[in-house]
Design a protein around this ligand. Structure first.
Ligand code: RNT
Ligand code: ZN
Length: 420
C-alpha cells in the first residue's frame, strides 16, 4: 500500500473521530506503549526442548501437522523474531519451563536454573523484549496421573512444588536482567474425568502446595506470580481442582495475580465482564487472550465481539497499567508464524478500537438513562474508519499495512520453514 493513500485516509479518519471528541494521535501513542506477551508455544505446538519427542503425557493437546515447526531454540527465536517484525508495537515473549537449553544434558524440572534460560534472556535483551514465564506441569511422567500439585502422593507434590519454586527464581532472574517484572503463571491440569467423591481434599492439597511454592518472597519489580483457573479439560471433564472460585479466592487471600483465560469458562461466559469485578479486589491480573470453540479453548485470536469487549473493559476501566495482556493459543494446522501475527495484530487492533471510543459520551447517555441513545451510538461507532487509523499506526511503526505481512511470511516459509 502506498504511504500517501494511508496518510490521506488517516487525515480524514482523524477529522471524523475529532468530531466525536476523540484524539486519534493520542490513541496511537497510547497503543504503542501497551505490551502484549506473545506466547512461545504457538511456534512449536507446545513441544519444548526438554524431550526430542515433543509433547508427551497429556494435559495439553495441539492438533494439526502443518510443516516447518521450530525444532530448536534458535529456530523458535528466528520464527518469533520474524513474527514480531510484522507486528506493530513493542511486546513481550512468554516462555514455558520446557523451553530450557541444557546442551543436551537431561535436567529434571525440579532442578532447572536461570542459567538454562540465559540464551532466552540474552535474546530478549538484544531484541528489547520483556519475558514472562510458566512452570510446565504437563508432558511429564509425574503428571501422567492427571494430578500434580494436588496429587495425593506427597513425593509427587513435592517434585512439582520444587519445580514451581525453581520457576519463580527463573522468573526473578529474567525480570532482573531485563528491568521489567516477569509474570510467572501457574496453570496445572489437575482434575478427574468422572464423578468425583472428594472434591475438597485435592483443593486443600493444592492450597497448601501453593503456599509452599510462594513462601519465598520475591521482589515484585522482578517477578509477579499469577494463578490460572480452568473449567474443564480433555480428561478432566467432571472436576478441575484449580477452578475459578478456587483461584479467585487464592489470589485475593494471598495477593497474587489472577490469570483469566478467555477459553476457560462456559461458552457464553466472557472474561470481559469479570474484569470490573476482580479489579475491585486485586491489584493486577494476567489475561490469556484466546478463542474457545466448543471444547477447545485455544483457537487463534481473531477480531470477535468477545475480543473487542475485553479490550473495551481494559480501557474503559482505566486498567491498562494493571492488566498484563498475554496470548494463549496453539494451532498446528496453519503457518505458525502467521498464527502469531494474526493474533497479535487482532489484539492490538481491538485495543485501538477501544482507545478510539468516545467513552465519556456513552457514559453520559447511560447515566441519564438514555438507553436508546446508548445503543444507537454504540452501533454507529462500528462503521467508523478504524481501519484507516490502524493502517496509519502500522505505517508509523514500520510494519506492513493490511495483509501485506503475509507475503513476508510466505517468503520465509519458502526460504526457511520448507527446508526443516
Ligand atoms: C491450558 C492453559 C495454559 C496453557 C499454557 C501452555 O489450558 O490455558 O495457560 O495453554 O500454559
Ligand atoms: Zn491459558
Amino acid at each position: 500500500m502506498d504511504s500517501t493513500t494511508v496518510e490521506k485516509a488517516y487525515e480524514l479518519a482523524r477529522e471524523r473521530y475529532a468530531a466525536l471528541g476523540v484524539d486519534t494521535d493520542k490513541a496511537i501513542d497510547r497503543l504503542a506503549k501497551i505490551p502484549i506477551s506473545m506466547h512461545c508455544w504457538q511456534g512449536d505446538d507446545v513441544g519444548g526442548f526438554e524431550n526430542p519427542a515433543g509433547l508427551t503425557g497429556g494435559g495439553i493437546l495441539a492438533t494439526g501437522n502443518y510443516g516447518g515447526k521450530a525444532r530448536t531454540p534458535d529456530e523458535l527465536r528466528s520464527d518469533a523474531r520474524k513474527a514480531l517484525s510484522l507486528i506493530p508495537g513493542r511486546h513481550r515473549f512468554n516462555l514455558h519451563a520446557i523451553y530450557l537449553e541444557t546442551d543436551g544434558q537431561g535436567v529434571e524440572r525440579d532442578r532447572i536454573e536461570p542459567r538454562h534460560f540465559q540464551g532466552w534472556i540474552d535474546w530478549a535483551k538484544a531484541n528489547r523484549l520483556g519475558l514472562d514465564f510458566n512452570p510446565t506441569f504437563f508432558s511429564h511422567p509425574k503428571a501422567a496421573d492427571g494430578l500434580t500439585l494436588s496429587h495425593p502422593d506427597a513425593s509427587i507434590r513435592k517434585f512439582w512444588i520444587e519445580h514451581a519454586k525453581a520457576c519463580r527464581r527463573i522468573g526473578e532472574a529474567m525480570g532482573k536482567a531485563l528491568g521489567t517484572p516477569c509474570v510467572t503463571n501457574v496453570w496445572i491440569p489437575d482434575g478427574f474425568k468422572d464423578i468425583t467423591v472428594d472434591r475438597l481434599a485435592p483443593r486443600r492439597r493444592l492450597w497448601e502446595a501453593l503456599d509452599e511454592v510462594f513462601a519465598e518472597p520475591l521482589d515484585p519489580a522482578c517477578n509477579l506470580d499469577a494463578v490460572e483457573s480452568k473449567l474443564f479439560g480433555i480428561g478432566s471433564e467432571t472436576y478441575v481442582v484449580g477452578s475459578h472460585e478456587f483461584y479467585l479466592g487464592y489470589a485475593c487471600q494471598r495477593r497474587k495475580l489472577l490469570c483469566l483465560d478467555a477459553g476457560h469458562f462456559h461458552p457464553t461466559e466472557t472474561i470481559a465482564d469479570k474484569l470490573s469485578s476482580v479489579m475491585l479486589y486485586l491489584d493486577e491480573v494476567l489475561l490469556h487472550v484466546s478463542r474457545g470453540i466448543r471444547w477447545d479453548s485455544d483457537h487463534v485470536v481473531v477480531t470477535t465481539d468477545d475480543l473487542r469487549a475485553i479490550a473495551e473493559e481494559i480501557v474503559r476501566g482505566g486498567f491498562i497499567e494493571r492488566v498484563h495482556i498475554g496470548l494463549d493459543f496453539f494451532d498446528a494446522t496453519i503457518n505458525r508464524i502467521a498464527a502469531w501475527v494474526i493474533g497479535m495484530r487482532a489484539m492490538s487492533a481491538a485495543l485501538l478500537a477501544a482507545l478510539l471510543e468516545p467513552t465519556d459520551q456513552l457514559r453520559t447517555l447511560e447515566l441519564e438513562g438514555d438507553f436508546t441513545g446508548r445503543l444507537a451510538t454504540i452501533e454507529s461507532l462500528k462503521t467508523l474508519p478504524l481501519g484507516s487509523v490502524w493502517d496509519y499506526y502500522c505505517l508509523k511503526q514500520g510494519v506492513p499495512v493490511g495483509v501485506e505481512w503475509l507475503a513476508e511470511v510466505r517468503r520465509y516459509e519458502a526460504d526457511v520453514l520448507a527446508k526443516r
